[in-house]
Design a protein around this ligand. Sequence first.
Ligand SMILES: NC(=O)c1ccc[n+]([C@@H]2O[C@H](COP(=O)([O-])OP(=O)(O)OC[C@H]3O[C@@H](n4cnc5c(N)ncnc54)[C@H](O)[C@@H]3O)[C@@H](O)[C@H]2O)c1
Length: 336
Amino acid sequence: MEKKLVAGVIGLKMGRHHLKAVIDSGHEVGAICDIDAAQMKLIGDEHGIPEEKRYTDWKQLVDLPLDVVLIVTPDQLHREMSETFLAAGKHVMCEKPLAIVREDLDAIVAAAEKANTKFMVGQICRFTPSFVKAKEIVDTGTIGELYYVESEYAHDYAKILHAWRADPNRHGVVGGGCHAVDLLRWFAGDPLEVFAYGSHKLLPAAPYDDATIAVLKWPNGICGKVFVSTGCKRPYTMRTLFYGTKGTIICDNTSDHMELYTLSEDGIAVNPEPEIIPIDINNHNALKEFEVLADHILNDTPVKMSAREGAKTVATCMAIVESAKTGKPVVPNYEF
Ligand SMILES: NC(=O)c1ccc[n+]([C@@H]2O[C@H](COP(=O)([O-])OP(=O)(O)OC[C@H]3O[C@@H](n4cnc5c(N)ncnc54)[C@H](O)[C@@H]3O)[C@@H](O)[C@H]2O)c1
């Protein structure tokens, strides 16, 4: 294998997937960090991380000989940690959403674009097998030209509405719905305008709507819809549809297959039976994500899921939230 990277992982809940990815991809763990000693012990012991590589203060990682730092802490901490490690010359991967307030988005984009190191945002759907397969099908022209795209983020937060998730700025559309928005941006580009309605019946303690429906307009005559429900009474999933002029893809991130409808021989009517494409379910494909990051670092390739990309996704989410509040269409602000 090429040179081994030495990685530090901060925040060991979702971060445990990233830690495993570092190990499984053959790279080295230089440090793990969590303010919760019990969580650190649990995850550190599980992976045989020696005591001297365990830290409770993330600032102690700044002067360690780490190549890359994975920031997997609450969204409110992303900015300070990203700025600090970029300034210290480290490569950085920061979890989604990049940030939850506009000033933090601006600051992270500026810091990432000034740095000589790589910065990647962990928008995991770009590495989810079903969505990667759908992108391949769309890019090869199998379903023709896209004209309608739709994705939903359905995830019941009833048990995970912790203090930082209940921050009024951490609206469900920004926090989790950014997955669906980013996915559609990946396929269709930057939305030109959004319009949304909200509803609040399931999570009375949440300082924001727990269901939001948004319609979006893209360039090239593409329109679409995003539905976010953070109180839904159903298992987590992201049902997603791609409608093209020659076919349709129906997929999600929690099924072992996806459906592809294509035209019959007359070139007009659709085949009534879809092609069933088997999918290796891997909703949190942190291994692939880390392999791509390692390639960016080791081979100096441009980061596709850059700070600017992550910020544009959040800017679209913020426009949706604003539209639901004001009852007016909103043009997302992509000026960073
Ligand atoms: N890509 C995905 O699908 C996905 C899934 C879940 C969470 N996330 C993102 O990952 C991040 C973390 O989410 P989570 O679900 O793990 O949250 P969590 O609250 O379950 O866990 C956060 C962890 O970070 C630790 N922590 C908090 N402050 C810290 C600090 N100052 N220094 C070191 N450790 C600290 C906590 O003790 C905890 O162990 C968030 O940005 C979230 O949006 C992404």
